[in-house]
Design a protein around this ligand. Sequence first.
Ligand code: ATP
Ligand code: MG
Ligand code: MG
Ligand code: MG
Length: 569
Amino acid sequence: MKLSKMHLKTLREVPAEAEIPSHILLLRTGMIRKLVSGVYGFMPMGWRSVRKIEEIIRQEMDAAGGEEIHMSAIQPAELWQESGRWEAYGPELWRIKDRNGRDFCLGPTHEEVFTDLIRNDVSSYRQLPVLLYQIQTKYRDEARPRFGLMRSREFIMKDLYSFDADEAGLDISYKAMYDAYDKIFTRCGLTFRPVEADTGAIGGSNSHEFTALSEVGESEIAYCEKCSMAATVERAECVDAKAQDDVDMLPLEEVNTPGTKTIEEVADFLHMDAKETMKALLFVTYDAEGKEDGYVAAFVRGDRDANMIKLVNALGIAEHQIEFADEEKMSAATGCVGGFTGPVGLHDCKIVVDSELPGLKNLCAGACKENYHLKNVNYGRDYKGDIVADIKLLKAGDPCPVCGAPIKHARGIEVGQVFKLGTKYSESMHATYLDENQKEHPLLMGCYGIGVTRTLAAVVEQNHDDNGIIWPMAIAPYHVIVTLVKDNDPVQKEMAEKIYDELEKAGVEVLLDDRKERPGVKFKDADLLGIPVRITVGKLASEGKVEYKLRRDADKEEITAEEAVSRAV
Ligand code: ATP
Ligand code: MG
Ligand code: MG
Ligand code: MG
């Protein structure tokens, strides 16, 4: 491809809203173009890299037994009502209506659609397992779209769904996907870690997130360098099972409980699912007459920002009215002292029951009974005791719960997740099969997602310098750029075109910068675009030589044009 013919517009200026290198660089190289917040288009170079990632994914999914299909992004509400997620998914679900007022959504994920497909197509154990995937555009109306492709509202995802007859089958499918993910992210040139993820109520090693290590990542992981222990911080929290037991042993009677709310009721109120609600405990404070007079929110797991936004949306109140759980604020400013305190993250979470504080009447507090909150609690009277439990998140330096070596912490970008769903969807949506004895069983499901466009951003995040992107060969939009220094010098021009033609013939993906631009502009753009190999055709052309440089290295070499071609092939 000749740059003079390419639709390319690089930017000198850093766009104001771009804060992190991948966002800045993808915009500056003109690889992506913003349409509105969280919605991006891909220009020729960007799209080539996206397609390369997709191709790597396709190869590994096919090798692991997957079959590619393509379902619609538009999904009927009925399927989501069947699974119970039409209500539970909350405002992230992009809901639309057709001209007759019928409800649809733009798919944020496809469990319902694939389950529906399989319940119609599969009836016998003989047809199992089934592993179907698609590479497709997903929609999530994220509360805070940011960092460009990292958290966008429209993005490309690979999602595979596995359907097996039993647990043993699911284990095999899960392992195949886990191994495939390892290969995919390695081939994409990422430094990453698979980490045990929080699966809420399900527990166990039923999910892993693949996390590309990066300071700007929104995930926080705890890992051990000696053994293989690696977990998201939320998951790490659960490791300390003893402390959780202590919580359950709280000597608490269910006193004064008119209007006790179940987690389901709170969830309904917040338009969250019950699992999410457990992550974001909401405390309603009551005045002396028993009227609700405020809220206190404490976040013990998950993404604090995202949970906060959900609360703010659900309650229709201003952000500053939500108090963040630090112990002092909980007790002094809001008068609510029950529940988990401490912002989520690396801090300890403490459960505080403080009987000394005066005037704490008719509050709402965690009931220390699964699924319950208490209303009209009076501290001192109903609760007794001091700090009753410490739930420690694994902090850097703490001993690893598996081997005792010091724990390390890192930040990262969740590029993929594998998840054993079990019978969650097959039961609610009646997806079953018949075994050898004609007995009916629910299918065992797994789901496996990769953020294709987020992976692109993660690669840039890990592979850049002050001058621009440094593409790993496997997903570089082009392999080689031939920079013609003086486009009006016939010797240079002829040599550059010859090299370009020869490389093209040899199947190398090559760019020729034949634009009528100053050499400085061309060099800057070559660095910015991050093409792995640069062959510069300048003054040395009269001696039959070129300058050969790898984007990753500082050194340049003067070699003959023939040598350059043979090296680049
Ligand atoms: P996050 O925790 O970052 O919100 P998620 O856990 O909600 O992500 P999944 O439902 O596991 O995401 O979706 C599978 C993959 O899709 C993720 O691992 C991620 O790579 C990608 N992904 C999810 N949300 C977005 C988004 N808003 N923009 C780009 N990619 C996304
Ligand atoms: Mg999300
Ligand atoms: Mg996640
Ligand atoms: Mg995830």
